[in-house]
Design a protein around this ligand. Sequence first.
Ligand SMILES: *[C@@H]1O[C@H](CO)[C@@H](O)[C@H](O)[C@H]1NC(C)=O
Length: 326
Amino acid sequence: MREWWLYVALICIPLLAVYLHIPPPQLSPALQKWYNLGERFTFRKHNIFYTDSSGALGSSDVVVLLHGFPTSSYDWIKVWRSLNQRFNRVIALDFLGFGFSDKPRGHEYSVFEQASLVEALLAHLGLKEQRVNLLAHDYGDTVALELLYRSDQNRTGHLTINSLCLSNGGIFPETHYPRLVQTVLKDCSILSPLLTRLANYMVFSRGVGAVFGPHTQPTDAEFWDMWTGLRFNDGNLVLDSVLQIINQRAKHRDRWVGALTSTFVPLHMIYGPLDPINPHPLFIRLYQHLVHRSTVTVLDEHISHYPQLEDPTGFLNAYYRFINSF
Ligand SMILES: *[C@@H]1O[C@H](CO)[C@@H](O)[C@H](O)[C@H]1NC(C)=O
């Protein structure tokens, strides 16, 4: 009867491997290149991944790139080379819990902490006194608004923001329609540990594919790179903690939307109108209604939630028009 155990083991071991996601996916050559380009620094005992490249010689301008959920600094790959030709320094980081940065479990992830992380990185790079341009997307938009709030309220110890460009972020809780899976993850503490365990490439690529336009879908290799970045350091297991941002946005709406409506920092919004999370025209109408000082670019009607990946040329054209306008 010893074979009985053998059969159970033969069935259970693969199931356990699937459940524990063993082995983690290998980095593709493209992602490996990004990984090698990056540097690391320590923030509150956590290892943080960032890239800092010195680009254009004739310019002293610095741009800091703030990525979205659930991806990483690799979201900027398609605009990276061009930004390096325009800016003296191009800095991108993986927020705590994302990409190649540490992803502590049982940690209370917050927008405030991610903003402090950006400040710490710029201090680490000797750029504390420098005027910086922030270019943000999605989750990064909210971090940028916290940085804006701090900078406008109290310059001491905070960034000096030269300009702020946002793109497709859920900055208004009232026009934000998170995906069902996001809502379950953030609010359903009984199901979320199981969901984060059972997350797999199929579920992931379908979910992320739904926030890209039908004509601008990522290739299989690009989906796989996003998934690899998420799975790095078992990032799927902290998705529910990281998503607490949605509740924080509602709780601190006055602080963050208030920073946006009262600032004198030059503002721009690049918007992919097919975005199901921040739908057209509700989102952009409210934005224009509330943020009079901002200029806006609405991209082609086929562009959805990831404009810098779906339409890098349109995205860059809009950004340069803005940057060169003041
Ligand atoms: C301004 O910010 C610094 C750094 O966070 C802090 O130490 C200081 O107390 C703040 N000052 C005011 C007036 O809020």
